[in-house]
Design a protein around this ligand. Structure first.
Ligand code: ZDP
Length: 281
């Protein structure tokens, strides 16, 4: 299987053109193998490029545990760059079919080169049933989430995929690897959840660490940065336009007042290309 390895702020993905490769039926198993950092290529996700009947092109993504999330923010920037540079799409603005609906990335071109990608991520879903989350009442703001005898306060947002955002005083010391998996698998979240730990530096800047559903702690999460920006507005902590600082760099997020869409801007970088033997080869 030929692949391209890319990343957005160190959130890394294996991209495969499923139109050209003869992939096995068990895509979850392929994702588990290929994403493994010791026995495979190593990545936070496997992304497949497919044709679409309703958009220009279709993206599927699999987590390292084999589960299939609805959307992936850093991944769709990589996907857009890959599709454009491979000539699979001709225009810099493309419509991508995902399980979260049609998402619209636009390549930022400088001297004919891709300098970044701005993505219309659509509207955040604030209804509890759509996150999905147990209990009653929407939006879910500062909801008690008990973990090991401590009550955390989560503000929950779906960007197609579920997010639970916790505001903390100091993100460097946040118990991401302990509280993250407990909340990911908490009975409040029937489809599990991604978990963001956010430090508010000021109304225009957030610092973030993330525990991803099906992947563990990663260096960045695009949908998570969008969810954090929305949660910042819902709780009165930040402006509709924020810079989200992650370990390896920044994402710019804007929650538009005009159309309620969230816009995310950030990098997408190719690292290497290669061939991965499919089992049986
Ligand atoms: O929702 C999930 O199960 C996530 N692990 C999907 C990946 C999200 C991602 N980190 C992002 O940038 O939005 C790729």
């Amino acid at each position: 299987m030929h692949f391209v390895k890319m990343h957005g702020l160190g959130n890394d993905f294996i991209l495969v053109n499923a139109l050209e490769e003869n992939l096995p039926g068990d895509l979850a198993g392929l994702a588990r193998q290929a994403c493994n950092r010791r026995f495979g290529i190593g990545a936070d996700g496997l992304i497949l490029v497919l044709t679409s009947e309703v958009a220009d092109i279709r993206m599927r993504i699999f987590n390292p545990d084999g589960s299939e999330p609805e959307m992936c923010g850093n991944g769709i920037r990589c996907f857009a760059r890959y599709a454009y540079e491979a000539g699979l799409v001709r225009e810099p603005e493309i419509r991508v079919e995902t399980l979260a609906g049609i998402i619209k990335p636009r390549l930022i071109l400088k001297d004919g080169k891709v300098a970044g990608v701005r993505v219309d991520m659509g509207e955040p879903r604030l209804e509890r049933e759509l996150i999905p989350m147990a209990g009653e009442g929407s939006p879910v703001v500062d909801e008690p989430v008990p973990v090991d005898g401590i009550t955390w306060r989560g503000t929950c947002v779906s960007m197609g995929n579920p997010h639970c955002v916790f505001f903390v005083a100091n993100v460097a010391g946040a118990p991401v690897t302990e509280v993250g998996p407990a909340v990911e698998n908490h009975p409040l979240f029937p489809r599990r959840t991604n978990v963001e730990f956010i430090e508010v530096m000021n109304r225009g800047e957030l610092k973030m660490r993330v525990w991803e559903r099906g992947a563990g702690e990663t260096l960045a999460c695009g949908t998570g940065a969008c969810a954090a920006a929305v949660a910042g507005v819902l709780t009165g902590r930040s402006n509709r336009e924020v810079t989200v600082h992650l370990a390896a760099g920044d994402l710019q997020i804007e929650w538009s007042q005009e159309n309620n869409h969230v816009y995310m801007t950030g990098p997408a970088v190719e690292v290497f290309r290669g061939d991965f033997p499919l089992s049986g080869d």
